[in-house]
Design a protein around this ligand. Structure first.
Ligand code: BG6
Length: 488
């Protein structure tokens, strides 16, 4: 792709506001390792990756990047990159090994996160904390199926959240409840590619489970937002919200009313599913009700008023975004088990055109134009300041590269350059409010079902020695943010 080959971001960088912040993002299971060190309990990922190693490329997060034991080195690395924030998740089973509202607390786990937070602040890096990034304590899954029992789960999550706010909230001022509820619901309880791996093939009712799980996530998010606002925010002065992922969807045929409607419907099934109740205090999108009927749970009157009460407390829209796809309408009527809004995702359109160069993951194409459109779609619908909580890519063939090749990650540099340009355009040309950006990821890590194969890091990890080596993209981001923020 010639157009791609000649793009040199350093020359064309577009400005960003002077108070725009940037940082990196990680998740506990993907980097910490120390799976049973210092009293940590098991999460569903500790079990899933061992029960069926073939589902994780034969890998597990037992050791991962050993961040638990190398935390100070990693914070110093980030400081050398000049980051403003670090978005990380807390491992629930590290601080409450069994997870439940009456279960004992593991003070060693609390100490680890206290040390991390203090060390970040010493290095002038703001901690940005995700309470839940996919690793529910296994014991809660054993007891009642975790998200499948809304009331029991809610009470356990509330206790866990309270513990985090009370122990860390004096220093943590940015909170996220859940990372990507869509993935938890669909990938965990429909396709089953992620823990706990529920699918129709292993006997689960995938017609209803994902929607029940989504319902639990929405209501427990709202409950925790209310707890934060009433019990902690007055003295701690922080902000809280949720992180939603979503591709942008272009119609498979741009001239077709049917495929245009499919693209819109796909966004509603992906994003509106969570964002309409959480940010607008409304019911699920009308299209979802129409297509899913009684499979989609109803909100009670009390739940509706909780959503309405908490909607305005969410202070930002946490956006994880990587790529754009085409949306192609499937024929009516929808299949009973369909969870896509009766839409097929495609990499090429009706004319066989592709959207952009492919990265090291086949689903992830370089599509900054879609990113800009998604920021606009979200802004127009929810009117909330956006924080890009994850964005990045693996370079093609990166896992087969030598260290020298891998650290010269020009593909990733260009990807970031174009995506930052899109943010600049969304802000300055479209009037969208975007406040910050977290690169996924600080370092190569355990990429769930793909194991250690894809490398998303701006830092290279040698998985034999665990040596960390900065890639060119780390330096690029530092220089690019310095430059872009000076331009206005
Ligand atoms: C995001 C997740 O969806 O994408 C991360 O929050 C994940 O945890 C990242 O690592 C990359 O996705 P994948 O599917 O390529 O591992």
């Amino acid at each position: 792709n010639e157009e791609w080959a000649i793009k040199i971001p350093a020359v064309e960088e577009l400005p960003l506001p002077s108070d725009f912040f940037w940082g990196t993002a990680t998740a506990a299971y993907q980097i910490e390792g120390a799976a049973s060190q210092d009293g940590k309990g098991k999460s569903i990922w500790d079990v899933f990756s061992h029960l069926e190693p073939s589902r994780t490329n034969g890998d597990s997060g037992d050791m991962a990047c050993d961040h638990y034991n190398r935390m100070t080195e990693d914070v110093k690395l980030m400081a050398s990159y000049g980051v403003d924030v670090y978005r990380f998740s807390i491992s629930w089973s590290r601080i409450i090994p069994l997870g439940g509202h009456d279960d004992p607390i593991n003070e060693d786990g609390i100490t680890f996160y206290n040390r991390l937070i203090d060390y970040l602040l010493e290095h002038k890096i703001e901690p940005f904390v995700t309470l839940y990034h996919w690793d529910v304590p296994q014991e809660l899954y054993n007891r009642y199926g975790a998200f499948l029992d809304t009331d029991k789960f809610k009470s356990d999550f509330e206790r866990y959240a309270r513990l985090c706010f009370s122990r860390f909230g004096d220093r943590v001022k940015k909170w996220v409840t859940y990372n990507e509820p869509y993935i938890i619901s669909i990938f965990g309880h429909h396709s089953g590619v992620l823990a706990p791996g529920h699918s129709a093939a292993n006997g689960h009712d995938t017609k209803t489970e994902p929607w029940r799980v989504g319902h639990t996530l929405i209501l427990s998010h709202a409950a925790v937002v209310k707890i934060y606002a009433t019990e902690f925010q007055p003295s701690q002065n922080g902000i809280i919200s949720i992180v939603l992922n979503g591709h942008f969807y272009e119609p498979w045929n741009a001239d077709s009313v049917v495929h245009k409607a499919a693209a819109q419907r796909r966004l509603e099934f992906y994003i509106g599913w969570f964002a309409d109740p959480i940010f607008l205090g409304e019911d699920y999108p009308a299209e979802m009700r129409t297509q899913l009927g009684s499979r989609l749970p109803e909100f009670t009157v009390g739940e509706r008023s909780l959503l309405q009460e908490t909607a305005p407390i969410n202070a930002f829209y946490g956006m994880n975004h990587y790529s754009t796809k085409f949306a192609r309408a499937l024929s009516d009527p929808p299949a009973e088990d369909d969870c896509t809004g009766n839409v097929e995702e495609a990499a090429t359109n009706s004319e066989g055109k592709m959207l952009g160069p492919v990265s090291g993951m086949s689903w992830l194409r370089v599509t900054p134009h879609g990113f800009r459109k998604l920021m606009n779609w979200v802004w127009n619908r929810y009117h909330l300041p956006i924080i890009i909580t994850e964005n990045g890519c693996p370079c093609p063939g990166e896992s087969q590269m030598t260290l020298e090749q891998a650290v010269n990650d020009d593909f990733r540099v260009r990807y970031f350059g174009l995506y930052l340009d899109a943010i600049s355009q969304a802000i300055h040309e479209d009037g969208v409010i975007v406040r910050g950006f977290c690169a996924w990821s600080l370092m190569d890590n355990f990429e769930w079902s793909a194991g250690y194969d894809p490398r998303y890091g701006i830092t290279h990890i040698d998985y034999d020695t665990l040596v960390r080596t900065p890639k060119k993209s780390a330096l690029y981001l530092q220089q690019s943010f310095d430059e872009r923020r000076k331009r206005r």
